[in-house]
Design a protein around this ligand. Sequence first.
Ligand SMILES: NC(=O)c1ccc[n+]([C@@H]2O[C@H](COP(=O)([O-])OP(=O)(O)OC[C@H]3O[C@@H](n4cnc5c(N)ncnc54)[C@H](OP(=O)(O)O)[C@@H]3O)[C@@H](O)[C@H]2O)c1
Length: 416
Amino acid sequence: MDSDLTLAIIGCGNMGSAILCGILDATSTTNNKESPFTRIVACTKSQASADKLESRYARHSSQIQLDFVAGDNATAAAQADVVILGCKPYLVDAVLAEKGLCDALAGKLVVSIIAGKTIGVLVEGIAKNQSGSATESTTMVARAIPNVAASVRESMTVIELPDAALQSQVKVIEWMFSQIGMVKVIGGELFDCGSMLMASLATVSVAVDGILDGCVAEGMRRADASEMTAQCLLGLAKMLKDGHHPAVLRESISSPRGCTMQGLLAVERAGVRSAFADSIIAGTGHLKRLQEKQLDLLRSSIRSQLASVGLLLVLRLCHSHVSLAQRCRKPQARPSNAFGAGLLNHCAASTRSRIGAGSRVPGIIDQSIVFEIPRPPTRNRGCPCCACAVRANTEQDSICMDPLTDREDRELSLVS
Ligand SMILES: NC(=O)c1ccc[n+]([C@@H]2O[C@H](COP(=O)([O-])OP(=O)(O)OC[C@H]3O[C@@H](n4cnc5c(N)ncnc54)[C@H](OP(=O)(O)O)[C@@H]3O)[C@@H](O)[C@H]2O)c1
């Protein structure tokens, strides 16, 4: 595992400080775990929050150097090797637009814990705010969704990695989130479901509340009922982790004419099982719709932005891009959204000179990397991407692709 790294936590609130605290405790004089980090910069918006963090953590026994910064994310990111994005989802655009921040993220590993923001959207947001020279270094973006139990080191964190992530980066990400509980790497297509599963602590708490209400109705003190319920849940969790199937478990404790069967029938009559299943389906659907909306917004903003300046060339992430990937020295990469995300800046660097001066790569849309190419001078335009003999007949036609892909496996479409 890497060592001597600096971590910046941009948005060190409830979740950010749970991660910070997990890392500090792991590396305290008592636990003394080996850590990839020798320095952590905790960033907040307000000085009051930075002061609060400082008073809570500055005297920790960990050997990790700690700094607390308010309102200067760009400097913190510039000094960091790994950056956690931990602000609220509605603030992410404003944070990424802060002067110099995205330039400082060039070449860094960024781990977002922000719910509902895909890797593609974040990569686009970062690329959009980077100046020319910064786009030449890849910003590797991964996602991690912990849950509220991070504060007691019992989080279950789901992680989505970009395909091009280096083994050393994967180790650092897994190490960070292992300090607040368990980690599971899952594919992008299941990430929304995984995120909703993390949030199911909230729905299960409704069931717990119901149990407590029942106990109180039968005369038990709520505090006693709560203590006993917590221990029952710990026992259930342990048995599930040991591999017990919930249905087998239920049957094994349901005696003939017993109270457990009466209880089970009551919850089944109320449709509790399908209500819980529906809660996962509804939450996952909500996340997907939210992200589709973000994608639509992104798509239309890029389209309108480009319509005025030039042609929009869409290279679909298909077989042809493996060859593009190889040019970008990432032969292990597979075509996918995450792959495209990781490839974005590489492509920007390697194709800018080929497409022509002034061109840039504004973003990833769905399965596509979108290149902007300046509209060539009016009438009898030559090929805008190189000096070959191909002539553009119409405004939407005949861009020579030889500089970008091999003829036989190219798949292109042009949009005005
Ligand atoms: N809480 C959870 O259980 C949980 C679980 C999974 C994922 N998440 C995700 O974690 C993220 C944070 O949630 P949270 O509950 O930790 O929120 P939170 O407690 O409100 O923390 C947000 C932090 O962001 C800081 N911030 C706001 N604007 C900033 C800026 N421009 N620059 C630097 N820092 C800025 C705030 O600083 P100030 O205090 O100075 O405003 C605060 O420290 C969310 O995106 C959420 O989706 C949370």
